[in-house]
Design a protein around this ligand. Sequence first.
Ligand code: NAD
Ligand code: LMR
Length: 325
Amino acid sequence: MKTPVEIVVTGAAGHISYSLLFRLAAGELLGLDQPIVLRLLEITPALNTLAGVVMELNDCAYPLLHKIIVTDDPEVAFQGVEYAFLVGAKPRQQGMLRSDLLEQNAAIFAAQGRVINQVANPKVKVLVTGNPANTNALIAIKNAPDLPANCFSSMAMLDHTRAISQLALKCEEPVTAIKNVIIWGNHSCTQYPDLHHAKVNDSEALSLVEHDWYIDQFIPTVQYRGTEVIKARGQSSAASAAHAAIQHMRTLVYGTAPGTWVSMGVASDGSYGVPEGLVFSFPVTIQDGQISIVQGLELNEFSLEKLRINQEELIEERQAIKHLL
Ligand code: NAD
Ligand code: LMR
């Protein structure tokens, strides 16, 4: 039997985790021959609820679920972990922007960044899902000075798959026909879903759809999808977010297929003029666990302006939490 792999999920009693944990336990991240240990972190008042989730996990008798560790102590939760899903954070309610969460959530990521730095496996892959995800990832990176910044990434995968799905619906093609959409920038309503490099069955996506649809429908639909889900459900996306988290981490593990990329929030290396260090969603390829920002894509004036707006917003967010960096 393989040695179990240690995975931590924070916010384990929350809505996203209620989907995520069961899929991890079923082997969807590392495959059907890889046992795992689930280390579940919650705040003390949520431990009762978490006990119920653990009962359900046990009731499934998952063959791959070697052990479950439940704790409200980050030092226990992050001990030796190879994969960290940072989900635990307040979600927004109707009428809020994700950046409205910054004040409430930022401190969580400073504290957890420090503990990850001390006790996690030095090769840990950390995915920040809790909002505002890009700036929370920046905070975690800055509080984990001994780990390379590329151990951390923030989730743009849900936006990425939202974009694929909208384009596939419009073109009446299966989602598998779509490749190389890009989400640039912040996981906020200013994010830029870019179709200039996307393909539908090897045809240029923008040659198949009307320009007005791209500008007036596609872009805002993807940008405001989270808001619309909250309006409809009364709470933010959960199952789709859990799916995106697994897809994101799987891509880090298994890499991107040749000629394709995904969108991820990563610390900028200055590519496309984005200030170094800012956690910005780029098109990235992954080979042997290494994340590379796709280079050399041509950006027209429209796209450059969208990138600039995202940079400004992320710089403002960084300014608001500069005491935590
Ligand atoms: P939720 O309120 O249902 O669950 C969050 C859980 O985190 C709660 O159980 C809470 O007790 C716990 N928590 C709070 N502080 C914690 C801490 N310091 N340590 C450990 N756990 C802590 O929320 P949810 O619907 O699961 O969403 C979680 C986060 O994910 C929110 O910030 C939401 O906005 C975000 N989100 C991001 C994306 C994305 O695409 N990046 C998508 C959906 C949701
Ligand atoms: C989403 O995109 O669905 C999440 O970030 C939740 C939200 O606040 O919109």
